[in-house]
Design a protein around this ligand. Sequence first.
Ligand SMILES: CCCC(=O)OP(=O)(O)O
Length: 302
Amino acid sequence: MDLDQLVNTATQNGKATVAVAVAEDIEVLEAVSLAHQKKLGKFILFGDSNQIHLLLSEYEPHLLENNDIIIKHVHSPEEACTQAVKAVKNNEATVLMKGNVATATILKAVLNREYGLRTDKVLSHIAVFKVPSYERFILLTDAAMNIAPNLDQKEQIVQNAVQLAHAIGIHCPKVAALAAVELVNPSMQATVDAAALSEMNRNGKISGCRIEGPLALDIAISEEAARHKGIENDVAGLADILLVPNIETGNVLYKSLIYFAKAQVGAMIAGATAPIVLTSRSDSAKSKLYSLALAICTTKNL
Ligand SMILES: CCCC(=O)OP(=O)(O)O
């Protein structure tokens, strides 16, 4: 099982039109080319048109005269983000994609009160990993958007991730609410919130999943570690979703899985009016392709 499965599923979901903000980047354009070959959709590339043309003529010349690829010149990364967001807002595009631009710049446009893509839900980042040493897909939230979520925000972050898990075929995901220890300690807010989320799941306030917490990472993903520490529950060793307490934990774990564990990743923001492909600028073309596929898989579900 790997993330190519998502690409196959996405091809059956109909064609997307993707607005790419700051497309002048070889990994972004390679991802567009791969997605186009897989017939995932049409692309509106916002950025410096000279640079986009130069890169395409060198690396992906077949895309230059293709009607599925439209290039829109803008003068700055900020303008690229604004125009790409507006394209989604005006229904010219169905998916927004972060290109070679800082996360904060695109999120500022996404959250704009006049032309942005907010809903009444919490927007949150979810990454789907296939780690070579872990049998199942593992979802990580939130590595990129919510800095230090409170309990209410964590509740919605979990719900966004559960909805995404359902959309990719994980029917009752096991959620590990992560902390540094397994016992509630009032001076560690992550443990207090994790226990509260677990309780909300037991009393039916959060459904469609099984939540346990607080759990340390080893207990969440290793049955052997759970046995060794004498912890038994439905999630221990078998987590599908890792809820991290803050953005630092999430971002470090995201990049550790890619660089140390050689994981494949696809990542997006859920909770907006349209799915938003959001990877690291340094992620590979393949990761950006998987992220596009993930976003397209959710177009009927989010
Ligand atoms: C999904 C990670 C978001 C992130 O860290 O983006 P950059 O590496 O581009 O800053």
